[in-house]
Design a binder for this molecule. Structure first.
Ligand code: NAD
Length: 494
C-alpha cells in the first residue's frame, strides 16, 4: 500500500451523495440530508440523502418494474455473468479509492479494509457470477406415468439491510447471490457507513447492470428501513445487524406480506484455549487479533476468551502484551492495526460495558478507556477484562467494540458449559493439539463456525451464519443461493 496515494484520496473533497433509484442519483423527496461524520477526526465529510418512506417506495416500485419486464431476470445467464464479472473488474480497478472512502466514514484500519472490503466484495461477486449458470432444476424420481420437475426461480424483489462494520463485503454477500439468481434488489446501507457501498452500487450500473435492478436508499433505519420491512412488494428481506433490529424486521413481515426474513445477527463468540495448544505464544497473538482488529467491530470477533486454569495467568498476560503492542490510531495510516470506533454512540456504549464489567467484579488487565481524544476521533485502547463470570453483563452481551472478557475453566465439560452459556451462537475457536478433543469441541459448541488452532479468516467457499439468537440463513458459499430462489413444482401426466 502506498501511503502517498492514500493521502491524496483522503484529501479529495466529497460531493453530496444521493439515493440510487431507477439508475439515477436522486435527492430525498423532501430534500433532507444527513451529515456524514468521520470517526477519524470527528469532521463532517459530506452529506447523504436522508430518505423518506416515499423514496423507499419509489425504489421498490423501480425494482419491481425491472423484475417484471425481465430486463435482468430474463437476460441469458451468460450475459448476466458477463455484467457481474465487469462489475468485479471495476471494483478491483477502484479498490484503493473504494477502501479509502469506506475508511473515511467507518474507521476500519486500511490494511484490513482493502482486503476485506473491495477485495472480498469483488471475489464474492465473481464467485456468484461463476455459479449462476450451474444452478440446475431437478427431475423428481416419480413413477413412470408422470414427470415431476422442480424449477428454481428468482424470488422477485429482495430488500437488503446492511450494517456499518464491513458495508461492501456484507453488501456483496447479499447482492452477489441475489443478482446472480436474477432478482432485483433494494439496498439500505447503514446511517454511519453508506459512502463506499453507494459508490460500489454506482459501479454496477457502469458495468452494465440495467437501471432499476439495483436501487439503494440512504437514511435512517427507523424510516427507510421500516418502509422496506413493511412493504407489500418485497419478497425476501435479508439483514445483517443487531438482534433488536432483527426482531423488528420479523414483526414488519408479520404486519405486512409475510415476506421471508433472513437474519445475520451478533455474537459473543468463545475462543477456548487449552493448555495443550500447539503454540501458546501464537495463540495469544491470534486471540488478540481475533477481538481487537477493526476495534472489535467484527461479528465473529472472539470476544470471550475461555482459558484452561493451569495456564490462565501466563496466557492472559501474553494476550495483554499482544494487545498493548498493537498500534491504535489513524485508520488511514498503513501501519495502524486498530482503527477507530465507528461513532460516538458506539464509543459511549463500549465505555459503559467496561464500567459495568468492573462494577460486577471484573478486573481490567489492560486498556479500559478512550484514547487519542486530541485527534477529535473515536479511539479506544484494546481492553482485556479478566474474572468475568457467566452471570456478568460482559459475558452475556455483545459489545461490538475492543473489549475482551476472560474466564477460566477446568476441563472439557466446563469449557463446553461456559462456551454454550449465552443466547448467541455465531462463531468460536478451540486451541488444542489433541485431535479428538478438537472434534469433540466442534460438535459440542453450538455455533455456525468453529475455528481450530486459528481464529477468523474463512473465505467465500464456506457458509457464515449463526444459530440461536445469532440468526438464521447463512451468507457465502453455494448454500446462500437458496435464500434467493423459490422452488416451483411442475407435475405432468404423461
Ligand atoms: P443495527 O441493527 O443497528 O443496524 C443495521 C441496519 O439496520 C442499518 O442499516 C440500520 O439503519 C438498519 N435499521 C435500524 N433500525 C431499523 C428499523 N427499525 N427497521 C429497519 N432497518 C433498521 O446494527 P449495526 O449497529 O449497524 O451493526 C452491528 C451489528 O451487526 C452487531 O450486532 C453485529 O454483530 C452484527 N453483524 C453481524 C454479522 C453476521 O454476519 N452475523 C456481520 C456483521 C455485523
Amino acid at each position: 500500500m502506498d501511503q502517498s496515494k492514500i493521502e491524496a484520496l483522503r484529501a479529495a473533497p466529497l460531493e453530496p451523495f444521493g439515493h440510487l433509484i431507477d439508475g439515477k442519483s436522486v435527492a430525498a423527496s423532501d430534500g433532507a440530508v444527513m451529515e456524514v461524520v468521520s470517526p477519524i477526526d470527528g469532521q463532517v465529510l459530506t452529506t447523504v440523502a436522508k430518505g423518506t418512506a416515499e423514496d423507499m417506495n419509489r425504489a421498490i416500485a423501480s425494482a419491481r418494474a425491472a423484475f417484471e419486464d425481465g430486463r435482468w431476470s430474463g437476460m441469458p445467464p451468460a450475459a448476466r455473468k458477463a455484467v457481474m464479472h465487469r462489475w468485479a473488474d471495476l471494483i478491483e480497478q477502484h479498490a484503493l479509492e473504494l477502501a479509502v472512502l469506506g475508511v473515511r466514514d467507518n474507521g476500519t484500519e486500511i490494511g484490513m479494509a482493502l482486503k476485506a472490503e473491495p477485495g472480498s466484495a469483488a471475489a464474492t461477486i465473481r464467485y456468484y457470477a461463476e455459479a449462476l449458470d450451474k444452478v440446475y432444476g431437478e427431475i423428481a424420481p416419480t413413477s413412470g406415468d408422470v414427470l415431476g420437475l422442480v424449477h428454481k426461480e428468482p424470488v422477485g424483489v429482495v430488500g437488503a439491510i446492511i450494517p456499518w462494520n464491513f458495508p461492501m463485503m456484507i453488501g456483496a454477500w447479499k447482492l452477489g447471490p441475489a443478482l446472480a439468481m436474477g432478482n432485483s434488489v433494494v439496498l439500505k446501507p447503514a446511517e454511519t457507513a453508506s459512502l463506499s457501498l453507494m459508490r460500489m452500487c454506482a459501479l454496477a450500473l457502469e458495468a452494465g447492470l440495467p437501471s432499476g435492478v439495483l436501487n439503494a436508499v440512504t437514511g435512517e433505519g427507523a424510516v427507510v428501513g421500516e418502509a422496506l420491512g413493511l412493504s407489500m412488494d418485497v419478497d425476501v428481506l435479508v439483514f445483517t445487524g443487531s438482534g433488536g433490529t432483527g426482531r423488528r424486521l420479523l414483526r414488519y413481515a408479520a404486519q405486512s406480506n409475510l415476506k421471508r426474513v433472513y437474519l445475520e445477527l451478533g455474537g459473543k463468540s468463545p475462543n477456548i484455549v487449552f493448555a495443550d495448544a500447539p503454540n501458546l505464544d501464537e495463540a495469544a497473538k491470534v486471540a488478540a487479533g481475533g477481538i481487537f482488529r477493526n476495534a472489535g467491530q467484527v461479528c465473529v470477533a472472539g470476544s470471550r476468551l475461555l482459558v484452561e486454569r493451569a495456564i490462565h495467568d501466563e496466557f492472559v498476560a501474553a494476550v495483554a502484551r499482544a494487545a498493548e503492542a498493537m498500534r491504535v490510531g489513524d485508520p488511514l495510516d498503513v501501519s495502524t492495526q486498530i482503527g477507530a470506533v465507528n461513532s460516538e454512540t458506539q464509543m459511549a456504549q463500549n465505555l459503559r460495558f467496561v464500567e459495568t464489567a468492573t462494577a460486577e467484579g471484573g478486573e481490567i488487565v489492560t486498556g479500559g478507556g478512550r484514547i487519542l481524544q486530541e485527534t477529535g476521533g473515536t479511539y479506544m485502547a484494546p481492553t482485556v477484562v479478566s474474572g468475568v463470570t457467566p452471570e456478568a453483563t460482559l459475558f452475556q452481551n455483545e459489545v461490538f467494540g475492543p473489549v475482551l472478557a476472560v474466564t477460566a475453566f477446568e476441563g472439557d465439560d466446563d469449557a463446553i458449559r461456559l462456551a454454550n452459556a449465552t443466547d448467541f451462537g455465531l462463531a468460536g475457536g478451540v486451541w488444542t493439539s489433541n485431535l479428538s478433543r478438537a472434534h469433540r469441541m466442534i460438535r459440542a459448541v453450538r455455533t455456525g463456525v468453529m475455528h481450530v488452532n486459528t481464529y477468523g479468516g474463512a473465505d467465500g467457499t464456506v457458509p457464515l451464519g449463526g444459530v440461536g439468537q445469532s440468526g438464521n440463513g447463512a451468507d457465502k458459499s453455494l448454500h446462500a443461493i437458496e435464500k434467493y430462489i423459490d422452488l416451483k413444482t411442475a407435475w405432468i401426466k404423461l
